[in-house]
Write a protein that binds this ligand. Sequence first.
Ligand code: NI
Ligand code: MN
Length: 227
Amino acid sequence: MSYSITWHGHATLSLNVDGTKIVVDPFFSGNPVAVTKAAEVSPEYILLTHGHDDHIGDTLSIAQRCNSLVISNFEICSWIAGQGHEKVHAQHIGGGYQHPFGRVKLTIAFHGSGLPDGSYGGMPAGFLLEAGGKRVYIAGDTALYSDMRLIGQGGLDMAVIPIGDNFTMGPDDALQAVQFLNPAVVVPYHYSTWPPITQDVMAWADRVRAETATQVVVLGVDESYML
Ligand code: NI
Ligand code: MN
C-alpha cells in the first residue's frame, strides 16, 4: 500500500494511490505559484470540485492527452463532455461511487461554481475519498460548515482545507474546521496564490498545534507527503 499527496500550489493536488494517479483541480497554466506544467502530469483520473477557472484549469488539455476519467458533479461533467471530452463520470452532492481506485463521495461546499464561459456549474463540492486504506477529505472551496463534524465522525487520516480567506474559509474558520473534522493530519491549501488570499501559514500551523491534536503538514510547492 502506498499513498502520496503532492501540492502544486493553490488548490491543485496530485494523489498517487497504490500507483493510480489522480489530479484534483488541475490549475497549472496561469497559476502564479505552480512550478509543474500541465504537460508534465499524466493522471488516470481528474477530480473537479467546482467550475471556477482556478479549479477547472487545464482539465481539458490534460484529460484529452491522457484519456483521463473526469469525476465531478453532473453539470460540470456535462460541460466537459460538451467541450469534446466525453470520458466523464458524473456524481452529485452526497453521492458516493466505488471507482477502481477507491470510493469517491461528493460532499457539500458553500461556494459558487460558474464555469469559465458563464455556463451553470451546479453546486460546488468537496471530496471524501476512501482509497488505499485511507479516509481523506478534500474540502474544495468552501465556507466553514458545521456538518464537517459528521465527516469527521467517520475518522479521517487526512483533511485538506482552504485557509486563504476572502474566497473561502480563512485562518480562524479553518482552525474551527480542524476541530470539527479532527483529522490525524491537516494540509492547508488555497492560500498565498494572490494578494487577497495571502496568509501566514506557519502562524496558522502553530495555532492548530496549540489548540488541537491534529498534525499539521505544510507542503511547499510540489512537495509530497506519504500517508
Ligand atoms: Ni472557487
Ligand atoms: Mn478557488
